[in-house]
Design a protein around this ligand. Structure first.
Ligand SMILES: Nc1ncnc2c1ncn2[C@@H]1O[C@H](COP(=O)(O)OP(=O)(O)OP(=O)(O)O)[C@@H](O)[C@H]1O
Length: 275
């Protein structure tokens, strides 16, 4: 698989008086196109800080974050704020624990918002059909309705966020993050505020998006969420302390067997790290 993201010797420091706290400490890792990578670690180990550096929301003190799809493969450190924001808007979808839907807009309008913000160069074809006029509006409507039907939100497109359950709100927030098909989706505890049934639905959606080609990096504390990825990177005190790749076993026949097997492997992996 082709490399999409390369992180080298990434470090982020905070100071309390003169005491240095390396919240991300010399992290190096790669993510391939189409991968689903999970980041785990104890509370305060630096997972969110790392995700913010990957998203370019925050700046590092040392090291580089490079996307192969970035112009000339430049790292974020070499890009101005404007260029970074533009790159992020076009290429990175971000999902947080608390879905930030706009309360005064319907589900449809919330999901449509990123389509209004992205401007593509004239002549470039887009899967969502950017432009103006009736054809554009019809194709936009079709895209949003199709996605909402696919992910159980068909009856809710005209509702406001306050009329939806937490799981429905989170799915709407995820659809909004992926509506422009950003090649990479960063999720920080996307199921942290959901019950187990809602978590399953959100993870089904993320697995489906991943099958459709989206690269996903997801931070979680939840083992049932982590086993939905392909590999787990474990962070301790800001450093990558270990990695577990889920390999397919011959004897796995059902989805449940596959999940049980992964859960056992993950428990053993985390157990060795004092989880
Ligand atoms: N703006 C900041 N100023 C100072 N310290 C910070 C700042 N942001 C984060 N930290 C510290 O960095 C460390 C890592 O925080 P981070 O939020 O990345 O951890 P985390 O692994 O995501 O934790 P959790 O699982 O609890 O969300 C913590 O010790 C935190 O207090």
């Amino acid at each position: 698989m082709e490399k999409l993201l390369e992180i080298k010797n990434l470090t982020k420091k905070y100071y309390e008086g003169t005491t240095e706290n390396r919240v991300v400490d010399n992290v190096s890792m790669e993510v391939k196109k189409g991968e689903f990578v999970v980041i785990m670690g104890a509370s305060g180990s630096g997972k969110t800080s790392l995700l913010h550096l990957i998203a370019g929301i925050d700046t590092c003190d040392e090291g580089t974050v490079k996307y192969s799809i970035c112009p000339e493969g430049e790292g974020f450190g070499h890009m101005g704020e404007k260029a970074k924001a533009l790159f992020r808007r076009t290429n990175i979808g971000i999902v947080f624990q608390q879905q930030c839907l706009i309360p005064d807009l319907t589900v449809y309008e919330n999901i449509m918002l990123p389509m209004m913000l992205v401007r593509r160069p004239t002549g470039e074809k887009s899967h969502v059909g950017h432009g103006r006029g009736q054809d554009f509006r019809a194709s936009r409507k079709e895209t949003i309705f199709n996605l909402c039907s696919q992910f159980g939100l068909k009856e809710h497109v005209s509702k406001y966020p306050s009329q939806l359950s937490g799981g429905q709100q989170q799915r709407a927030a995820i659809l909004r993050s992926v509506i422009n098909k950003p090649p990479i989706l960063l999720c920080d505890e996307p199921t942290g505020s959901l019950n187990s049934a809602q978590t399953e639905l959100v993870m089904d959606l993320l697995n489906e998006l991943n099958r459709q080609g989206q690269t996903i990096i997801l931070v979680t504390h939840d083992m049932k969420v982590a086993i939905r990825g392909e590999r787990v990177v474990y962070i301790e005190d800001g450093r990558v302390e270990g990695e577990l790749k889920f390999e397919k076993n011959e004897y796995e026949e059902t989805e449940q067997e596959r999940r049980n097997d992964r859960e056992q492997k993950l428990m053993s992996f985390l157990g060795k790290r004092g989880w």
